[in-house]
Design a protein around this ligand. Structure first.
Ligand SMILES: [Zn+2]
Ligand SMILES: [Zn+2]
Length: 237
């Protein structure tokens, strides 16, 4: 923390997760022999639906957040360009996102993530979904009723980043967005499990655990979900 050049950089570093990697930009030459190992680091865009499914050991970094070394000393300053905030509406966290502490919900209409603690809870039992041409595939392809019921259940999944049940930055945000887009374009797919596998967006180094993450997603307790009102447009999130 005493290596931060200013309060702005210090506030950001304080809000980073324990598995978060900070990108530092400065010129140096390192001998190839000194490279000990190559590790996998997943990237995501703070303000957009973009985070792959990761496990408790995966390292990650926010795209665009770069620390510059000041005057070649061991002091760093967060670059202003690329810096982003979330929850841009009366946020109690000053728009910061702490991956180990905060649970966020995404509003598709406002294109913004909000802290669950910055929203009022809703009595609704389903999130607001985008409307488009009605999904008609069910009537054309004749989806069995139990498959359709399972799909309708998946549509209750909120677009969430972080989970109170897991102590790491677990999010199925890309899959949930894909499910909603599928619903909008053609409705329930004939094979839901294949659809989930195709759209899970699992970090590539975790492919051996694919079945486990599919099961975690299917086991999310959807009927117990607490929904919130978007503080800006009042959609149910
Ligand atoms: Zn907030
Ligand atoms: Zn909204």
């Amino acid at each position: 923390m005493n290596k931060c050049a200013d309060a702005f950089t210090r506030d950001f570093v304080r809000s980073t997760g324990k598995n978060e990697v900070l990108a530092i930009q400065h010129e140096t030459i390192t001998s190839g022999d000194a490279v000990y190992d190559i590790i996998n680091v997943e990237t995501f865009l703070l303000a957009h639906v973009s985070l792959p499914v990761i496990d408790s050991n995966t390292l990650y970094r926010r795209e665009g957040f770069i620390l510059d070394r000041v005057l070649n000393a061991d002091i760093y300053r967060l670059r202003l360009e690329g810096f982003e905030l979330v929850c841009k509406f009366e946020c109690t966290q000053q728009g910061q996102f702490h991956p180990d502490k905060h649970i966020m919900r995404f509003c598709e209409r406002c294109d913004n993530w909000f802290h669950t603690t910055c929203m009022d809870t809703s009595h609704d039992e389903a999130p607001t979904l985008r409307r488009g041409s009605t999904s008609s595939q069910a009537s054309i392809v004749n989806i069995p009723r139990d498959i359709q019921r399972m799909w309708d259940n998946l549509l209750l999944t909120p677009l969430q980043r972080g989970s109170p049940s897991y102590n790491w930055l677990l999010s199925f945000e890309l899959l949930v967005l894909a499910i909603r887009s599928q619903e909008l374009s053609s409705g329930c797919p004939p094979d839901i499990r294949s659809f989930i596998i195709d759209h899970l967006s699992l970090a590539s180094h975790l492919n051996h655990s694919l079945d486990m993450f599919v099961q975690i997603f299917l086991n999310l307790r959807r009927p117990d979900t607490t929904y919130y009102h978007c503080p800006d447009c009042h959609s149910v999130l």
